[in-house]
Write a protein that binds this ligand. Structure first.
Ligand code: ADP
Length: 256
C-alpha cells in the first residue's frame, strides 16, 4: 500500500481498472488437482499472473518429535516464493513475510482438517509461488486446500480465499500488482462456505466500517465461486483417476 504516482490512474472514467476489470471482478482462475506424482496430494493454480503449486505429504510421523500432539495432527505449512517469481530476483530462503504467510495458512487449514483423527502426526503442506503478481497468499491457501482434498485428508470443507481492497477511493475485488502497490487497502479473506466461517482475515491500509463491510462481502461472494472452481478441479481429477484405473484393468485383461 502506498501513495499513487500522479500519472497512474487505477480506475478510469468508465469505472474500469488497469486490466479492464470492473471493481467486483476477479482475475481469471484455473485450478488443476493431482499434478505431482510424488506428493500425496497436489494442486496447481493460475490466478491472473500468479502461478502457485501446492503439495501435501501426510498425515505422517511428526518431525521434530517434540512438536507432536498426542491428541491431534499438526498442519504445518511452508510458503515459499521462488527467487524468479518476481521482477527483481527475490533473495532465496525464508523471511519474515514467508513465516507470517506460512503461519496464517497453517492456522486457516487447521480449522477445517479433522486433526483429531490423526494424533501425533504431521500434515505437511508446501506452497511454492512460481510467479507472483499480488494475492499469492490467497492463491496459496486456495491451492493448498485442493491439495489436501486430493491427498484424501478428511476436512469439514475446502477453504476458498480471495482479497478485496480499496484503490482510488473505490472498493475492489482481487487486487492486481499495481493496485496492491499503489492502492489504499488490502484485505485477504479465507472462507469456509459450508459453515460460513472466516478462517483468515488480514487488513493492510485504512478503510471505513462501510468500506470494510463492502470489501468483506465482495470477498466472501468471490470465495463461494472459487469453491465451485475448486470442486470442479477435484471432480475432473477423480474422473481422470477412475478412467486410468479402467484403462489399466482393460490392458491387464487384454494382456491375459
Ligand atoms: P500477497 O502476494 O499475498 O498479496 P503481499 O501483499 O505481501 O502478499 O505481496 C504482494 C506482491 O508483492 C506479491 O504477490 C509479489 O508480487 C510482490 N512481492 C512480495 N514480496 C516480494 C519480494 N520480496 N520481492 C519482490 N516482490 C515481492
Amino acid at each position: 500500500m502506498g501513495g499513487t504516482p500522479t500519472d497512474l490512474k487505477l480506475i478510469d472514467e468508465n469505472g474500469r481498472r488497469l486490466d479492464g476489470r470492473r471493481p467486483d471482478e476477479m482475475r481469471p482462475l484455473r485450478i488443476e488437482a493431482g499434478v505431482l506424482k510424488r506428493a500425496d496430494g497436489s494442486a496447481y493454480v493460475e490466478w491472473g499472473l500468479n502461478k502457485v503449486m501446492a503439495a501435501v505429504y501426510g498425515p505422517r510421523e511428526c518431525h521434530p518429535r517434540h512438536l507432536q500432539n498426542t491428541e491431534r495432527a499438526l498442519v504445518q505449512c511452508r510458503y515459499n516464493m521462488a527467487s524468479f517469481s518476481v521482477d527483481d530476483r527475490k533473495r532465496p530462503g525464508p523471511d519474515r513475510r514467508s513465516h507470517e504467510i506460512s503461519k496464517i495458512i497453517s492456522e486457516a487449514l487447521t480449522h477445517v482438517v479433522f486433526t483429531e483423527y490423526f494424533p501425533r502426526t504431521s500434515i505437511d503442506v508446501y506452497i511454492e509461488v512460481l510467479q507472483a503478481n499480488a494475492g499469492t497468499r490467497c492463491a496459496g491457501l486456495t491451492a493448498a486446500s485442493v491439495a489436501l482434498a486430493d491427498a484424501g485428508v478428511p476436512m469439514r470443507d475446502l477453504v476458498a480465499s480471495c482479497a478485496a481492497g480499496k484503490v482510488s477511493d473505490t472498493v475492489v475485488l482481487d487486487l492486481g500488482k499495481e493496485e496492491d502497490n499503489f492502492g489504499q487497502a488490502d484485505i485477504p479473506v479465507g472462507y469456509v462456505p459450508r459453515t460460513g466461517e472466516i478462517v483468515l482475515l488480514q487488513m493492510d491500509g485504512d478503510l471505513t466500517h462501510e468500506e470494510f463491510d463492502k470489501g468483506l462481502h465482495m470477498a466472501v461472494e468471490a470465495c463461494k465461486k472459487i469453491s465451485d472452481i475448486q470442486r470442479d478441479a477435484l471432480k475432473r481429477r477423480y474422473s481422470a483417476r477412475t478412467q486410468d484405473t479402467e484403462i489399466d484393468s482393460t490392458e491387464r485383461s487384454e494382456a491375459v
